[in-house]
Design a protein around this ligand. Sequence first.
Ligand code: PLP
Length: 456
Amino acid sequence: MSDIVYSSTNLKAPKVSFGEALLKGLAPDGGLYMPEKIPQLSTAEIRAFSNMDYHEIAAKVLSQYLHDAIPDEKLAEMTKAAYNFAVPLEQVYDKKYILRLDQGPTASFKDFAARMMGQLMQYFLDKKNKNLLILTATSGDTGSAMANAFYGLHHINVCVLFPETEVTERQRKQMTTLHDNIQILALDGKFDDCQALVKDAFNDADLNYLNLSSANSINIGRLLPQSVYYFWAYSRLCNIEKNDEIVFSVPSGNFGDLMGGLIAKKMGLPVKKFVVATNANDEVPVYFATGNYKTIVPSKACVSSAMNVGHPSNMARIVALYGGEMNPQGEILELPNLDKMKDDMFAVSVDDETTRKTIKRVYERHKVLLEPHGAVGWEGLRKFMNQDSKTAAEQQACACLETAHPAKFPEEIQHVLGIDPELPPSLSKLDYKEEKYDKIGTDYKGFKKYLTNRYK
Ligand SMILES: *Cc1c(COP(=O)(O)O)cnc(C)c1O
């Protein structure tokens, strides 16, 4: 087995190793790193997953990319440290399941990527004896997952920007009660404004001394761990020797979660279809329907707030995976194979009213509690089943990803169902902790001044 190299989706940056792509985040040409070759898992290897724990599957999947850089025993220790919580599959009816990715320390699926990336960065920074400032924009959950995953680590500072009015109180508290190496900034603007400031900082040579890294969903170190739970769900619901295929529904914003699934499929996982479910930010469903990709500026504010993204940052990777090229502005320079994309994916947009109705219906009919993001996913799956009777059939395995815990959206759940979702232990302690954060505007100069004062 030979080393896998990582190249930029903009095709104008030198190819790098995994460790370099991990610590850089964004490629110097503004593109996103992608493995040049997707390693393959054999039928026997995938079959063996059915007898393995989650962290063991994670070690096996990730070692396909990392075996030259990290000894397998070390990698196994790292996945065991990162994945010390349950990953339940909750039955709704027949073989239709909710894959609950909400049992980590911040009760968000972003824990899966963030905790593993923390382990990986720590490993490579220790080896180089270097420091790093992680700068990231969040629409709610990324930031808290990053802050919690990196809290207390050596060599790493974290600075998170969030749109002040677009995150819930609980999401905010998950970031602002940590302190120490974690700095939180509330922005008087939208998520896209936060992303724009972060991008400007990355392109500013004056800030090179900070050794900036994005821990956003664009980082390759987040992307690869997000392919593991697709293998996990398959290993619990399907048998590869019987040629079983699975359908996944993925509530999507920046499309990092979906991208993890597409990589799993490329590695050999038998996925029949990915339902790509968005909220009213429907640029990708529109693209699939019309062949025209148009960003939504500004993005629309929906109840599934972590998916309020008008131009998914992983879109360039998806286009690259299907043989095309997209620049950071969202212009398609070379057409991807759209027919193949539509073969693999069914894209659908779900509005807020339907999202709320779905939470109510699923709870009343099936006694399964969803929050807004998972409800977008479930409704997307239902729409797909309505037009594909084979997927609706009793024996077809389907897993809809639930990306956050309902207790993270107490106002919404109370409003729709009239109940208070029970808090997981990780969230119940927040109310007693002190909050600390600074406020800034959308102007880059002010942000730069803040950074240079804070980090000398
Ligand atoms: C981030 C997030 C999403 C969207 O994931 P992407 O990888 O950006 O598509 C969905 N649901 C929740 C709760 C999230 O935090």
